[in-house]
Design a protein around this ligand. Structure first.
Ligand code: HEC
Ligand code: HEC
Length: 449
């Protein structure tokens, strides 16, 4: 009978629908679950709390009121950030014009170093993605430009008001009232200019990393017209100096946004941008795994400092330079504030394009993202020098299954991976030099010769 067969068909459809529900939720159900997790994690705001703006949407990108974003500043900063021609105050002559900011923070490594420790002056080679860089054996260790901590990303930096793992750069936000710590004669003195962290770091960083900008350098590298366009209202007597070079670099850095990551596309309405596993991982990340008590907002960071008991760089099995058991950097926020309560606490990092530079934790003690998630799930410190009392309360066993750890790892690895960061890298720089590095071996590796 007609009626019966219709019933039969309906029953069959219901059966399959029910069956699907029991075994694996449909895409629509996964999307709904994720929407709900995002709503809760954002305190009721929803998707918009996590959207990264387009790099041209200057009105939406967080910026320093003392350094408003303009296209002209960004254009200049993009070149200066990669400009090996500014590497004019090396410790050894063979280092002249061989390095740049991008030596340690380049696009294809997610604006990280591509190795456990960044090397600018004294480094040799690049390999395919920074992994082939090593110290030039002709250099004394004391002459290398290295730091005793892993290089974090400049990606999504617009969402950090205080800069570095210990947050020492920046005159505002969490650093308001820290004037007494801005020791004259140290890079921290740059805070007295009153800028936010990204601007302060760029101005101080040019000096720290042995680069130079002044009238003469500007003219010889042919940057005058770009400075004129970027700073038309600034007195020409100070227009071409290190401070203005730093302001342009900071403006550029603020536009480095991972807004083409699958999770970002999903937030903007393309529900097919993430796989089912990535959606499950995201729902855990924003829900029961509790990651968002620290990793929240568009860059999945907050401006707070916590101890997760991760190892320091000197303990790394790879060769490190200048890192040691007594290095100040191992003490985290304390190394800036001198406040006991801040000991071993590091700034919560952003989480996009982590997979491009497979070294995690401030001491690069993890080499894949699954190890990090498994470590957080276990909740047992790996660094014996960190007292239990300092550890974050949220660092405790999470009781996630192996499958759930896999799902979160998939979300971090692919869901948060913008595949097209090379759009932020210029095709050439005004000096005509090779970049991000310009030493003999890097020129070969990078195809510049
Ligand atoms: C020798 C490698 C190296 C070079 C060259 C270098 N950096 Fe860094 N950068 C680092 C390391 C290491 C850190 C972390 C230092 C710390 O936290 O104590 C860092 C931190 C940063 C941060 C802070 C990121 C965060 O999450 O707080 C920014 C921004 C930055 N660098 C920008 C720059 C700019 C701009 C230049 C060029 C003027 C530059 N860097 C040159 C290695 C380098
Ligand atoms: C209590 C705050 C807090 C919570 C909760 C937290 N994190 Fe973090 N996360 C941090 C801090 C701080 C660091 C850097 C610690 C260090 O290097 O010593 C970090 C580092 C990371 C890193 C390495 C990033 C890098 O640049 O080295 C990843 C990946 C990460 N967290 C993912 C997660 C995931 C996934 C969760 C949830 C399961 C989570 N975190 C929960 C604070 C937190």
């Amino acid at each position: 009978m007609k009626c019966n067969s219709l019933y039969g068909l309906a029953a069959l459809v219901l059966f399959f629908a029910a069956c699907k529900k029991d075994n694996a939720p449909s895409d629509v159900q996964l999307d709904d679950q994720l929407e709900q997790a995002l709503l809760a994690a954002s305190g009721g705001v929803g998707d918009s709390h996590y959207v990264l703006p387009m790099s041209s949407e200057f009105n939406k990108i967080p910026q320093d009121p003392k350094n408003p974003l303009t296209q002209e500043k960004v254009n200049l900063g993009a070149l200066l950030y990669h400009e090996t021609g500014m590497a004019l105050i090396p410790k050894q002559n063979i280092g002249m014009q061989t390095y740049s900011c991008a030596s340690c923070h380049f696009a294809s490594a997610g604006f990280q170093a591509g190795r456990h420790q960044g090397i600018s002056e004294g480094g040799s080679g690049f390999g395919i993605n920074g992994e082939g860089r090593h110290a030039n054996p002709d250099y004394a260790v004391a002459d290398l430009d290295v730091q005793p901590i892993r290089t974090p990303a400049t990606l999504n930096i617009a969402y950090q008001e205080a800069i570095l793992w210990n947050g020492q750069f920046g005159a505002t936000g969490v650093n308001a009232g820290t004037q007494l710590l801005w020791t004259p004669g140290t890079p921290k003195q740059t805070n007295t200019l009153g800028y936010q962290g990204t601007e302060t770091q760029a101005i101080a960083g040019l000096q720290v990393h042995r680069m130079k900008m002044d009238d003469q350098v500007c003219a010889s590298l042919n940057y005058q017209s770009l400075f004129d366009a970027a700073f038309p209202d600034t007195d020409p007597a100070i227009r071409y100096d290190r401070e203005h070079a730093g302001l342009a670099i900071a403006a550029y850095e603020r536009t480095l946004l991972a807004n083409q990551a699958p999770f970002q596309l999903w937030l903007r309405g393309n529900k097919n941008a993430m796989t089912q596993q990535e959606k499950r991982g995201a729902t855990l990340f924003f829900g029961k795994a509790g990651c968002t008590s620290c990793h929240n907002g568009p860059s999945l960071a907050n401006m707070e400092f916590y101890a997760l008991g991760m190892k320091d760089l000197f303990e790394n099995p790879e060769t490190t330079y200048g890192a040691g058991a007594t290095s100040d950097s191992n003490l985290g926020r304390f190394s800036f504030t001198q406040n006991e309560a801040d000991k071993y606490k590091f700034k919560v990092p952003q989480l996009y394009n982590m997979a491009d530079s497979p070294f995690y934790g401030h001491g690069a003690s993890f080499t894949n993202l699954r190890q990090v998630v498994a470590y957080l799930n276990l909740g047992v410190k790996e660094n014996g020098t960190v007292p239990d009392g300092q550890l974050a309360a949220a660092f405790k066993p999470l009781n996630l299954t192996e499958g759930e750890v896999d799902d979160i790892t998939a979300f971090l690895t692919n869901g948060l991976h913008d595949p097209n960061l090379l759009r932020y890298q210029p095709l050439s720089i005004r000096s005509g030099n090779c970049f991000p590095n310009n030493d003999t071996q890097s020129r070969v590796d990078l195809g510049c010769d």
